[in-house]
Design a protein around this ligand. Structure first.
Ligand code: 5RP
Length: 227
């Protein structure tokens, strides 16, 4: 079970790691929300940084709180990226994209010298795949893309927003793929998924997290560089 106190503790602890002058990746989701909330508070107290958001939602939050934002057309190397995860295993491999922001999240995580992941305890898993794997796919020719994925054994449901199909900030769809019973090598599968024309990005985040902050229900959080 996710817990709000743990998420807040993790997000707030991450905000303490931000140093003056840093260029910061701002994640998406309820845990990243708390990170941005605390960062806004620190900026109001005089911290000077700039950020780039992984979603429109986080961008709106940061903008409203007065965090100066980097234009995506000027994205270079970031000092740090703080983001949440849907699952993280003992090797810090992750599934992300529960909030639909995986495409921008992956670009920003790759642009950062260091990615620190903020989670509550419920996100720690032995093997990835209990949480559906979000795959961002083109809204052009969707049935054909789904068929190709199905041939790889990747099936799921197209995410919906009430009765409408959910659209990402980039105007694409999300397939939430069920890999719970997939017993093969997930990294190999990911190469095949990414090779399907029309697949924009998958929610597997390999070798990106350098550290993780785990927030606990009692309201404290721990920074770890291995799990
Ligand atoms: C959004 C994400 C989020 O980081 C992930 O879904 C975790 O969200 P939360 O902190 O709300 O549990 O990948 O695309």
């Amino acid at each position: 079970m996710s817990n709000d106190k743990g998420k807040r503790a993790a997000g707030y602890k991450a905000a303490e790691l931000i140093q003056p002058g840093m260029q910061v990746g701002l994640g998406t989701g309820s845990t990243a929300y708390y990170f941005i909330e605390k960062l806004i508070q620190r900026c109001k107290e005089g911290l000077k940084i700039s950020g780039i958001a992984t979603s429109k939602k986080s961008s709106d939050q940061a903008k409203a709180g007065g965090i100066p934002l980097i234009d995506p057309s000027e994205l270079g190397i970031l000092d740090i990226d703080i983001d949440g995860a849907d699952e993280i295993d003992v090797k810090m491999q992750m599934i992300k994209g529960g909030g639909g922001a995986l495409f921008r999240e992956k670009i920003i995580a790759n642009a950062a010298k260091e990615m620190i992941v903020v989670v509550d305890e419920s996100k720690l898993v032995k093997r990835l795949g209990k949480h559906p794997l979000p795959i961002e796919i083109s809204s052009f020719g969707t049935p054909s893309i789904l068929k190709k994925l199905e041939n790889l054994g990747v099936k799921g449901i197209l995410r919906k927003n009430s009765s409408e199909l959910y659209k990402t900030d980039n105007g694409n769809y999300i397939l939430d793929a069920n890999l719970e019973n997939y017993s093969g090598d997930l990294k190999q599968l990911d190469y095949k998924i990414l090779a399907v024309p029309g697949v924009i990005e998958s929610g597997f985040f390999w070798n990106l997290a350098k550290k993780v902050i785990i927030g606990y229900e009692e309201g404290h959080a721990e920074l770890k560089d291995n799990l």
